[in-house]
Design a protein around this ligand. Structure first.
Ligand code: IMP
Ligand code: MG
Length: 191
């Protein structure tokens, strides 16, 4: 499927999507709404956004600019996929936070809530740093009949079906992250 152009050239990876779920404009609109809500909820609080590498990088940068309360951010690293389209079941922490969280309210920023293992492991890790609170904002909330690890989700952008999606930070084998929209990867690419 072909899709909108980025500047004047079309990204050839668009051809590997079988469905476009959210356009650049739809993502921007929803991110602004989330930013507004978060700005109200954290008014007067010492906020730090903690993004999960690498998928949340683009969402974090847009969300941060939609939030009007002063805040800092940091990144943590977690990896559970090791390539492919299914979670390995083990979450490896590859990078811890560097900012001091002790007097801060933490908002974890994630690209997608899938099995829940990554968010659960990251929230456990962050609690060790003794922040004032830990909440979670994920761009995508995958609908699943059951989840390996349940984590309370405080904010999410869009609910999606249980399909493998790419773009706007989400990857398949480290590619597709730079697509401006989010789409379903054609299963012929990985099966
Ligand atoms: P979880 O630990 O199973 O919830 O998986 C979370 C991580 O798996 C996310 O941070 C993503 O990097 C990756 N992931 C889960 N579902 C997808 C998908 O549909 N496309 C791309 N990456 C995904
Ligand atoms: Mg990934």
């Amino acid at each position: 499927m072909t899709e909108s152009t980025t500047g004047t050239l079309t990204n050839p990876l668009h051809a590997n999507l079988c469905d476009i779920l959210f356009t650049e404009e739809e993502i921007a609109r929803r991110t602004s709404e989330l930013g507004l809500q978060i700005s109200k909820d954290y008014e007067g609080k010492n906020l730090v956004l903690v993004g999960i590498l690498r998928g949340a990088l683009i969402f974090l940068s847009d969300l941060s600019r939609s939030i009007t309360v002063p805040h800092s951010w940091d990144m943590v690293g977690a990896s559970s996929y090791h390539g492919g389209t299914g979670s390995s079941g083990r979450v490896q922490i590859t990078k811890d936070v560097e900012v001091d969280l002790r007097d801060k309210h933490v908002l974890v920023v994630e690209d997608i809530y899938d099995s829940g293992r990554t968010l659960s492991a990251i929230c456990d890790l962050l609690m060790v740093h003794r922040p004032l609170s830990v909440k979670v904002c994920t761009l995508l909330y995958k609908e699943k009949p059951e989840r390996a690890a349940k984590t309370p989700i405080d904010y999410f952008g869009f609910r999606i079906k249980d399909k493998f999606v790419v773009g706007y930070g989400l990857d398949y084998e480290e590619m597709y992250r730079n697509l401006r929209m989010i789409g379903v990867l054609d299963p012929s690419i990985y099966s």
